[in-house]
Design a protein around this ligand. Structure first.
Ligand SMILES: Cc1cc2nc3c(=O)[nH]c(=O)nc-3n(C[C@H](O)[C@H](O)[C@H](O)COP(=O)(O)OP(=O)(O)OC[C@H]3O[C@@H](n4cnc5c(N)ncnc54)[C@H](O)[C@@H]3O)c2cc1C
Length: 385
C-alpha cells in the first residue's frame, strides 16, 4: 500500500479532509491536477465569517483583500434589505496556498500537477491511475469539484437536482473607488433567473461583479453582459476596466445524495455541498471519519456513513431550507419579489439568529406580525412542482 488515504483535488474540501485525516494519524496522499496550487483560481472570491466559524477557522490577513460588514439584497424596483453579516473578499489563489502550506506541515504528501485518470477497486484496495503513475490506497476521498468525473466513474449519483446547478460568471473590474464600500450587493429578480447578480467591493479601485442563473443553460454570459451595462448606469460609470473573467457551476440548490460507498467518500462541490465554508466543514468531517475507519481497519460503507450522519445533523435542514428559498425566488414574478422585499425594507433584522431552522421561524413570525398577506407570496414555491 502506498498510503492509507488518497484525496483527489486540493479544493477547500480536499485540503481539509487531507489535514484532518493526517492529524488523526493516517498517511495521506493529496493529488491536484493544477501545476500550481490555486492557479488558475476558482471564481469563488468571498465568504461570510459565519461560514468560517462553523469550521473553527479564522480568516487570515494573507488572503483577505477587503473586510465587509454585510449585504444588501436589492429587489427589481430597487428596494433594499440590509443584513449585517461580517464577511471577507478574498484572493482565492492566496487562500488555497495558505491552506496548502499549512497542511503540508501536518505531513500530508501533496503532489501538484498530478491528474487522476481512473480509479479501480482491486479486492479491498484501490488503484488510482494518474498522469504520474499509479498509487494504491485503502480509501479514496473524492473532492474534485462540481464537474466531478471520479464520483461518476465509480457509479455514484452524488446529488439530487443536478438540473438546478447555478451557472455563474465573475468579472474582476476596476474603477476609481469601486472597492471601498463595505457591503456586498445582491440583486434578485428575473434579470438573473433563479438567483442573482452581484457586486462585491474588493478594496481600493477593485471589485467583482457576477451573474448566476439556473435552468437557463450553462452560459450566464448574456445575463452578465446585460448586468455590466445596468451596473454602469446604477453606479454612474462611463467606463469599466475588466481585469479577469472566471466562470463555473455552483451546486447551491442541489441536495447531496449518494456520496459514500465502500472505501469511497465524496466531499465539497462533487457531493453537491456548495460554498467554500461548507466544503471545508464537509472535508473536516470526512477526514476525521476516514482516519477513524483506517484505524479500525474497516472502511466499509456502513462505517464511513458516520460522515453522512454528522453532515446531515449539521446541514440537512439548512440545505432543504435553502433549496425551498431559492426555488420560491426562481418562481416569483418581479412584482412578488418587490412586495416581499418591502416587508423587510428598513427593518432592524439583527434579531434573526440561531440555527437555520430557528432563523426561518423568526423570519416567518416577523412576516406574520408585520404583513401576514406577504406569506401568501411564498405560494410561488408550489408553481409547476
Ligand atoms: C462562479 C462561482 C462563484 C462562486 N463564488 C463563491 C464565493 O464567493 N463564496 C463561496 O463560498 N462559494 C462560491 N462558489 C461556490 C464554491 O466555489 C464551491 O462550492 C467551492 O469551491 C467548492 O469547492 P470544492 O472543494 O468542492 O472544489 P473546487 O474548488 O472546485 O476544487 C476542485 C479541485 O479538484 C481539482 N481536480 C479536479 N479534477 C481533478 C483530477 N482528475 N485530478 C486531480 N485534481 C483534480 C481541481 O483542479 C480543483 O483544484 C462559487 C462558485 C462559482 C461557480
Amino acid at each position: 500500500m502506498d498510503t492509507d488515504i488518497i484525496v483527489i483535488g486540493a479544493s477547500p474540501a480536499g485540503l481539509m479532509a487531507a489535514r484532518n485525516a493526517c492529524e488523526k494519524g493516517s498517511s495521506v496522499l493529496l493529488l491536484e491536477k493544477k501545476e500550481e496550487i490555486g492557479y488558475p483560481p476558482h471564481p469563488a472570491n468571498s465568504f461570510f465569517k459565519g461560514m468560517l466559524d462553523k469550521c473553527g477557522e479564522k480568516a487570515d490577513p494573507s488572503y483577505v483583500v477587503h473586510y465587509l460588514k454585510g449585504m444588501k439584497i436589492i429587489s427589481p424596483s430597487g428596494r433594499i434589505v440590509e443584513v449585517e453579516a461580517p464577511g471577507y473578499a478574498i484572493d482565492k489563489t492566496a487562500f488555497d496556498r495558505f491552506y496548502a502550506k499549512k497542511i503540508e506541515r501536518t505531513g500530508v504528501d501533496l503532489r501538484e500537477g498530478v491528474k487522476v485518470q481512473t480509479i479501480h477497486r482491486e479486492g479491498e484496495n484501490f488503484t488510482v491511475n494518474t498522469s504520474a503513475g499509479a498509487f494504491k490506497s485503502k480509501l479514496v476521498i473524492i473532492s474534485d469539484g462540481i464537474n466531478s468525473k471520479m464520483a461518476s466513474l465509480l457509479g455514484l449519483k452524488t446529488m439530487k437536482h443536478p438540473e438546478d446547478i447555478a451557472w455563474g460568471i465573475e468579472l474582476d473590474i476596476r474603477s476609481a473607488g469601486l472597492g471601498k464600500p463595505k457591503m456586498f450587493e445582491y440583486y434578485v429578480g428575473n434579470h438573473a433567473p433563479g438567483w442573482k447578480t452581484t457586486y462585491a467591493p474588493r478594496g481600493g479601485d477593485n471589485a467583482a461583479i457576477g451573474a448566476y442563473v439556473r435552468r437557463c443553460g450553462t452560459d450566464a454570459g448574456p445575463y452578465l453582459n446585460a448586468w455590466v451595462e445596468n451596473f454602469k448606469k446604477l453606479k454612474g460609470l462611463e467606463e469599466l476596466e475588466i481585469v479577469r473573467k472566471l466562470s463555473g457551476g455552483d451546486p447551491i440548490v442541489t441536495i447531496p445524495e449518494d456520496y459514500i460507498n465502500d472505501g469511497i467518500m465524496v466531499a465539497g462541490g462533487a457531493a453537491g455541498q456548495s460554498g467554500i465554508g461548507y466544503a471545508m466543514r464537509a472535508g473536516q468531517i470526512c477526514g476525521d471519519v476516514a482516519a477513524d475507519a483506517v484505524k479500525k481497519r474497516d472502511v466499509s460503507k456502513s462505517v464511513l456513513q458516520e460522515y453522512q450522519r454528522i453532515w446531515e445533523k449539521e446541514f440537512k435542514a439548512e440545505h432543504y431550507l435553502g433549496r425551498i428559498g431559492l426555488e420560491t425566488l426562481r418562481k416569483m414574478t418581479d412584482r412578488e419579489i418587490d412586495e416581499m422585499v418591502k416587508v423587510f425594507e428598513k427593518e432592524d433584522l439583527s434579531f434573526i439568529h440561531g440555527s437555520s431552522v430557528e432563523q426561518a421561524m423568526q423570519v416567518f413570525a416577523f412576516m406574520l406580525k408585520k404583513k401576514p398577506s406577504a406569506i401568501l407570496k411564498c405560494r410561488a414555491f408550489l408553481r409547476n412542482l
